[in-house]
Design a protein around this ligand. Structure first.
Ligand SMILES: NC(=O)C1=CN([C@@H]2O[C@H](COP(=O)(O)OP(=O)(O)OC[C@H]3O[C@@H](n4cnc5c(N)ncnc54)[C@H](O)[C@@H]3O)[C@@H](O)[C@H]2O)[C@@H](O)CC1
Ligand SMILES: [K+]
Length: 222
């Protein structure tokens, strides 16, 4: 997936923010199918957090009550996550919660986990770790973007704490680390053209057939 991203962003396209918009919008659609109630979005500073913040915007635009908790003060966000946060400020989503106690977690109908994706390096630490533990304390279901935060997307190993996701929406290609994982697994179309897969040497039969997401498996054992 890293190679697919490199070829897309560096050469063929789409650009990161274009793919992220597809990821975030599809994530929001899946979240809407799971709850009519408050959605708490936990977001980090990488591409994963950016996708979560984009989803938060789409959910708020559609009238959902959205509360966002970041793994750092908002003025320390960088790159695409900072861009997404800037746009999100134009919605009615509740921003700026610094402590989990202020998120209304107990009333949430769904928690979206967009803390860490395939960029995990070592055991979750600091605020990222706190947010993983927050997701695991939530009485509601947890929907993880790409991989449950704390799970190695390639090996499936958990070097430390990890989100116990009920549902995972992975992007473009199923990650090997999700094989045998618990929960419902969905795959999102983020708009990558065939040429990108061809250049990466990936034999790719598009599975979407007119949908923006497809279910890969539901509640498997383990
Ligand atoms: N084409 C794509 O691949 C797209 C990817 N997106 C997302 O971007 C992700 C990859 O983005 P990045 O490479 O920026 O990486 P991630 O966003 O997966 O991870 C980097 C973030 O996690 C934090 N982090 C990493 N290890 C940590 C640890 N041990 N403890 C605490 N915090 C830790 C870093 O501080 C950083 O904020 C994918 O998983 C996917 O979800 C989408 O948002 C957009 C399109
Ligand atoms: K995640």
């Amino acid at each position: 997936m890293r190679e697919i991203d490199r070829i897309a962003v560096g050469d063929v396209g789409p650009e990161l923010l274009q793919m992220m918009e597809n990821a975030g919008r599809t994530l929001a659609g899946l979240a809407r199918s799971l709850t009519d109630e408050t959605v708490v979005v936990l977001a980090g500073d990488g591409g994963n957090g950016g996708g979560g913040l984009c989803a938060a915007r789409h959910l708020s635009n559609h009238g959902w009550d959205v509360r966002v908790v970041l793994d750092r003060p908002s003025d320390e966000l960088t790159g695409a996550a900072a861009t997404q946060y800037h746009v999100l400020k134009g919605t009615d989503a509740t921003l700026g919660a610094t402590g989990v106690e202020s998120t209304g977690l107990s009333e949430a109908g769904l928690v979206v986990d967009a803390v860490i994706g395939y960029g995990l390096s070592g055991a979750p630490r600091g605020r990222g770790r706190d947010l993983v533990e927050t997701a695991n304390r939530a009485p509601s279901s947890v929907l993880s973007l790409d991989v449950p935060s704390g799970v190695d997307a390639t090996t499936g190993e958990t070097p430390g704490v990890a989100v116990a996701a009920d549902v995972v929406l992975t992007l473009a290609l199923p990650k090997t680390g999700l094989v045998g994982a618990r929960g419902d697994l969905w795959l999102a179309d983020i708009g990558i053209p065939r040429e990108v897969y061809r250049r990466a040497g990936v034999e790719y039969d598009q599975p979407f057939s007119g949908e923006t997401r497809v279910r890969l498996h539901a509640n498997p054992p383990g």
